[in-house]
Write a protein that binds this ligand. Structure first.
Ligand SMILES: Cc1cc2nc3c(=O)[nH]c(=O)nc-3n(C[C@H](O)[C@H](O)[C@H](O)COP(=O)(O)OP(=O)(O)OC[C@H]3O[C@@H](n4cnc5c(N)ncnc54)[C@H](O)[C@@H]3O)c2cc1C
Length: 464
């Protein structure tokens, strides 16, 4: 961009911190994906809502494009700025603005990290249930823009369930104050929900009012080695019928072995298996002994029936955390292998058949690549990561994966599923949106984009 254009932009945003430092452009111009080189013109660090509004107006006046950016932990390239855009970082908007324990609401700026929200909720004797491995860096704005899920969806739902109010700067620079923390509000279209999951293409989230919930009771974790993949849902149904589950995660032996190798961890069980189920369930103090006996009885029954081969039940908080580590560390362990991520979902009941068909297809299409399988099976959400073979060029690998993806997404469509369960469409999944949404839906989305961002300055080329 010419110097005069950025100078004009700067002049229209008095007091705005704007960096063109190469290190900042590199760090803030990308998310966790590594398929494109970041190349933004500048990174803006607004300190308040007025500065966000000013910079949107300056972008309109100068024809600049903006990429809203949170903790940059996204897995679909949504926060990638590779075409001279201005990145809008929320790093300076990190204040907790208002606490309302009576309404169980917490109002925060968009740049507050999820782990901070969780910590504040705990101090208030409450709980913020959106939780996943990147919660230390992922921000409130980013999780709202992607409608993040994570490990507690089974009981508490996605981020959408938590958002009771939103302040957003739209594509004309106007501040919208949506729903204002109300439980009930039937006055017209709920624009708040339109913003949730819009991946920075309709507006920039500047503040959110989040609904907290009661603190969870004590819990235990059970890790089970499955006899076979098809038996997974039978095991889940059995556990669900007798225990109050708060999480149910799956991972393949390949994923487990990679985590053990990458972080020098001991293999958690004595028997190996193709796949593992990790469940967490409530154990209220008053009924601790009863529930423990019940869990062990179910465990024995599943062993006898041949559904599981081995397992372990946590006996302390430290062991619980240690067992979770095997699941939570998978993304980090895979990261050095430039994983091509699939984040698929189908109805929970269809998962076993889908998994079987998908395995056959993936093994044929990705010959020579390691495949890691894991996911939030209690929600019908499967992550399939294809690891880049050593020495293969990134662009060639991405091309190969995209070609193979067509077949995978055809299968997803046949099952009535989604090509993005919780990571968003971003840049990487954009060519495949049509496998989850009809032409009519996409046409309506384009119309909404045109109304909310008529100048097309917000995250162009993403999602649509
Ligand atoms: C190790 C690891 C584990 C993960 N596990 C999960 C998981 O279990 N479940 C899950 O759902 N996700 C998971 N993710 C993905 C990621 O953490 C989430 O998508 C998260 O919501 C991204 O938040 P962020 O603040 O990092 O957003 P970013 O990556 O910075 O941005 C994501 C998108 O949101 C937009 N955006 C960011 N801030 C704003 C804002 N203020 N206003 C408008 N748009 C904005 C960006 O333009 C981009 O399109 C994981 C990621 C990692 C690295």
């Amino acid at each position: 961009m010419s110097t005069s254009r950025i100078d004009t932009f700067r002049a229209q945003c008095p007091g705005l911190s704007l960096s063109t430092d190469p290190g900042v452009l590199e760090s803030h111009g990308q998310d966790w994906t590594r398929f494109r080189r970041p190349d933004p013109t500048a990174v803006a660090f607004p300190a308040d809502n007025t500065q966000v509004s000013d910079l949107v107006r300056a972008a309109i006046a100068t024809g600049m494009h903006l990429v809203p950016s949170g903790g940059r932990t996204g897995l679909s390239g949504g926060a990638l700025a590779a075409s001279g855009e201005i990145v809008v970082s929320m790093d300076r908007m990190r204040r907790i603005l208002h606490e309302d324990p009576a309404d169980r609401l917490l109002t925060v700026q968009a740049g507050v990290a999820i782990a901070e929200v969780q910590a504040r909720a705990r101090e208030l004797g409450l709980y913020y249930p959106v939780s996943f491995a990147a919660e230390g860096s992922a921000q409130v704005g980013g999780t709202i823009a992607t409608n993040a899920g994570g490990i507690r969806v089974l009981r508490h739902g996605m981020t959408r369930e938590r958002v009771k109010g939103l302040k957003v700067i739209d594509g004309r620079g106007r501040l919208l104050d949506l729903n204002r923390g109300l439980v009930k509000n039937a006055s017209g279209y709920d624009l708040r929900h339109l913003m949730i999951g819009s991946e920075g293409t309709l507006g920039i989230v500047v503040e959110a009012t989040l609904r907290l919930t009661e603190a969870p009771p004590p819990s235990r974790v059970m890790l089970l080695a499955l006899d076979s993949m098809p038996v997974m849902m039978t095991v889940l149904a059995k556990l669900r019928g007798s225990l109050r589950l708060s999480a149910c995660e799956f991972f393949s032996v390949g994923a487990l072995e990679l985590v053990c190798r990458s972080f020098d961890l001991r293999y958690p069980l004595e028997t190996s298996a193709d796949g593992f189920l990790l469940v967490e369930f409530d154990v209220p103090a008053a009924s601790e002994q009863h529930i423990e006996e019940q869990a062990l009885a179910i465990f024995d029954e599943m062993l006898e029936r041949g559904w599981i081969l081995d397992g372990v039940l946590s006996t302390s908080e430290a062991q619980k955390r240690a067992l979770w580590r095997y699941r939570e560390a998978i993304s980090e362990a895979a990261a050095p292998y430039t994983p091509y991520k699939n984040d698929l979902s189908v109805r929970v009941s269809k998962l076993p058949d889908f998994l079987q068909d998908l395995t056959t297809l993936a093994e044929a299409r990705f010959a020579g690549c390691s495949l890691l399988w894991y996911g939030h099976v209690g929600d019908g959400n499967l992550h399939m990561n294809v690891l880049k073979p050593e020495g293969e060029e990134t662009a060639a690998f991405e091309r190969r994966c995209k070609e193979a993806s067509e077949a995978i997404y055809r299968l997803v469509r046949a099952y009535g599923g989604s090509v993005s369960a919780e990571h968003g469409i971003g840049l990487l999944k954009r060519p495949f949106l049509g496998y989850s949404c009809s032409e009519e839906e996409i046409e309506l989305m384009r119309g909404i984009k045109q109304v909310m961002d008529p100048h097309g300055i917000l995250n162009p080329g993403k999602l649509l």
